[in-house]
Design a protein around this ligand. Structure first.
Ligand code: UDP
Ligand code: MG
Length: 322
């Protein structure tokens, strides 16, 4: 019998976990053709999340968990989980029930038809402001324009991945992770499935606009070097323009003599160029920072405790983590 692992990254999700277990258990009853496993990654929660997970792990041997040594963020929590999966398929799902587990049987059906990556696309986003919808839409647009890899819009991490995708993801060891981008990058046979994204069942979102803005920058910078190209093109265009402008200035001085007028235009040019230079430096800095972080070669995460009925020894994990 084939095994499907449900991976659940959880950070301060104590209020919602009981509801999640109920839904997962009901789901387990509807799926009879496969062994189901639930792998929780406790991402340094400060509430009772770990204690609750442990309780369930004692009662139900399908439940295993990884306790990270601190909060590493969802992206890292996911790779920690993926590293410890060697089943035939993997479903990544949020703990807060925004991704309905009831969709999983439909995903499995498509997987049986031969798709490797069945991702859920939200056709509506309940409980999200127009501003969040607008910013997220613009972000996808910018990202897609800057790369040739097809980006799946309005998708989260909620998806079913075949073994082949799991193995591919395990090999991506970047420390600045933008996992949604990796799903696109690995390719394979993709299939979308639409659903309506529910509002959070309980607890609070861990994202604020600052974090989302950072994730957007991470997404673009980890995915494409197009911004570097843009600053080059901007530099060329401005230099070109400046060259002709200098010719005009020289000609004017030769024919009409020196005049002191033109202070405003000079300030405008100086300020504009200063701005462009700072922006370009910032863009270059983003990439250099990334090089710096990657060259440190730190382990992606550290594990405090790993509990599983049949533990998986990670293939690509760094030696420092056990
Ligand atoms: N999460 C995590 N580590 C973090 C933040 C979030 O593992 O540092 C988990 C969280 O427990 C949830 C999922 O990532 O299962 C999505 O988080 P959240 O619901 O806060 O994000 P949103 O749905 O608002 O995008
Ligand atoms: Mg959520």
């Amino acid at each position: 019998m084939k095994t499907i692992t449900v991976l659940i990254p959880a950070y301060n999700e104590a209020p919602v976990l009981p509801k999640l277990f109920d839904r997962l258990e009901t789901l387990g009853k509807t799926i009879k053709k496969y062994n189901l496993e639930f792998l929780f990654v406790n991402d340094g929660s400060r509430d009772d999340t770990l204690a609750i997970i442990k309780q369930y792990a004692q009662k139900d041997e399908r439940v295993s968990y990884i306790n990270l040594t601190r909060n590493f963020g969802k992206e890292i929590a996911m790779i920690a989980g993926i590293d410890h999966v060697d089943s035939d398929a993997l479903v990544i799902i949020d703990a807060d029930l925004q991704d309905p587990p009831e969709l999983i049987p439909d995903m499995i059906k498509l997987w049986e038809e031969g798709y490797d990556d069945v991702f859920a696309r939200r056709s509506s986003r309940l409980g999200e402001s127009w501003f969040k919808k607008f910013t997220s839409q613009s972000f996808y647009k910018v990202l897609q324009r800057s790369t040739t890899i097809p980006i799946q819009r309005d998708t989260g991490d909620f998806r079913l991945l075949d073994r082949r995708c799991i193995d591919a993801l395990k090999r991506i060891r970047e420390s600045e992770r933008y996992t949604k981008g990796f799903f696109s990058w690995i390719g394979f046979n993709k299939k979308e499935i639409n659903y309506i994204r529910d509002p959070r069942a309980a607890g609070e979102t861990k994202w604020n606009y600052f974090k989302l803005f950072n994730l957007a920058i991470d997404g673009i910078v980890s995915f494409t070097t197009a911004p570097l190209r843009i600053s080059t093109i901007l530099g060329i265009a401005i230099s070109f323009f400046a060259f002709f402008y200098i010719l005009i200035v020289i000609a004017r001085t030769l024919f009409y003599g020196v005049d002191l007028a033109g202070y405003p235009s000079m300030m405008a040019v100086i300020l504009f160029l200063g701005g462009v230079q700072l922006l370009s430096l910032g863009i270059i800095g983003e990439y250099i920072g990334r090089i710096f972080n990657e060259t440190k070669q730190r382990p992606l995460y550290l594990i405090e405790e790993y509990h599983a009925t049949s533990p998986v020894i990670p293939e690509f994990q760094d030696k420092t983590t056990r």
